[in-house]
Design a protein around this ligand. Sequence first.
Ligand SMILES: [Zn+2]
Length: 269
Amino acid sequence: MKLIAPTHDVPSTLTPIPALSDNYIWMVQKNGHAIVVDPGEAGPVEALLTHGLILEAILVTHHHQDHVGGVKALKQRTGARVYGPRNESIPVCDVRLAEGDHVDLPGTGLQFQVLDIPGHTAGHIGYVGLLDPDCPAIFCGDTLFAAGCGRLFEGTPAQMLESLGKIGCLPPQTLVCCAHEYTAANIRWALQVEPANVALQARAQDTAQLRARGLPTVPSRLGLELQTNPFLRAHHPDVRAAASRHAAARLDTPQAVFACLRQWKNDFK
Ligand SMILES: [Zn+2]
């Protein structure tokens, strides 16, 4: 089995900017223009807007404060256009989006397709596009994390499972650009679910090495998530068996397995 290292072959145009306690604000720079995704605060982005770099757009995935806290200040300072979910309240939102919509950004030359991926919040959206001709990426906010997924604050397990299923159908080389550095804790729990998963064991080592060097563990590749993330593996016999043991009940459907996994992770210390 070929393992995909988390940070190999990531285009230099893509930067995870650490913000708040464990958030990442994603920046993509091209042609002297930049976009940012989910600026929970303005300062770390402003610090990078030097040497004439023009902020073309601010993309928002959902309404939580740690994703929108910097939107107003960045909008005021740069005039960048703000894109956000149609069905959520965002501090400033110029363009409201839902699944099927496209975002065209001529300054950077980037184009994104919008996916509805509710579950963490009711109107959560994701942005899918090519960072380079051979480099697909998704900015998925708090829906899919490296080796984990977001908590269900406003949605049902079935909704989140469907949202993750949409993401899981993207090409395996897709870069998963999530909004938090939760990977090490997620893997500790994932190893409880699948202790014999060789890809997960290798990922645990890679993650520990990256964190020991103070490096981000994201973006990851979707292919690695499909091999190691229990929330994308609710259909797998080993995951189903582990969830059934944990629940002390026979869980027959991916929805039941997923609901059990989410509760198990919520309770895991
Ligand atoms: Zn959130």
